[in-house]
Design a protein around this ligand. Structure first.
Ligand code: ZN
Length: 238
């Protein structure tokens, strides 16, 4: 290991901290996923209501067709019963009974149609209300996504640039040192490297023994802060 490894490692820490700060900003920003979930749930409910209205309309048409058939049959039976073409009393009374039965059946169908119309009206009102809800949630979601895109585009661009620089930098550093740095970052809240400034660790502010300072300057091996365990580096030019 050389001084250059530690200088590059110090730069790597600064890049990683900058990426972490931007990611924290992005994580804290509302990307619209909550609004999206609400919209999807409302759309699913809308489909159910559309299906319900369609089923009721189909049922209504069927009842109306059935009613027409019953009325046509009754008209035909009435024609025979009262048209003077049938004179057999038995047949006439059978016809009259059939006409009564058809009349009762027609009444029953009219009642069912009326009742269904009421339920259809309620279903259509629920559907219209849900359509308004979906429109409102669609606009809400679009607004949040637009705001997220606008407010985070710079952070996302910067992360891309920082990651490109990171990818250039990592191969220039001793792999064992990078590995140790990654372990420390994972353990110590993202900070694996500390600058040595005025004889002190810049992370924990504890004095570093003078005897260690030439070793840190040489950069032949990693020297860690005895207090906070970060790898100590003397930054060049600052
Ligand atoms: Zn320290």
């Amino acid at each position: 290991m050389t001084r250059e490894d530690f200088q590059a490692l110090y730069e790597l820490q600064q890049i990683d901290s900058a990426i972490d700060a931007r990611n924290a900003l992005l994580n804290g920003a509302d990307d619209g996923s909550g609004a999206q979930a609400a919209l999807e749930a409302a759309q699913a409910r809308l489909s159910e209501l559309e299906e319900d209205v369609k089923k009721k309309q189909t049922h209504q048409r069927q009842l109306e067709l059935d009613l027409e058939t019953i009325l046509a049959e009754r008209a035909e039976k009435s024609e025979r019963c009262y048209g003077g073409t049938v004179s057999d009393p038995k047949e006439l009374s059978a016809l009259a009974a059939k006409i009564d039965e058809l009349t009762r059946n027609a009444d029953r169908h009219e009642d069912m149609i009326l009742e269904l119309l009421e339920r259809l009206e309620a279903a259509e009102a629920a559907l219209a209300e849900q359509q308004a809800t979906v429109e409102r949630l669609t606009a809400e979601h679009a607004r949040i996504v637009e705001h997220f895109d606008g407010s985070t585009s710079r952070a996302r661009e910067e992360i891309a640039e920082l990651q490109a620089r990171r990818a250039e930098l990592v191969p220039q550093i001793d792999p064992g040192l990078v590995h140790e740095y990654e372990n420390l970052r994972a353990r110590f809240d993202g900070i694996g490297v500390a600058a040595l400034v005025d004889g002190k660790c810049a992370v924990c502010n504890v004095a570093v023994p003078r005897v260690q300072q030439p070793m840190i300057e040489r950069g032949a091996a990693a020297v860690k802060c005895e207090s906070c365990r970060r790898i100590l580096v003397i930054p060049e030019g600052g």
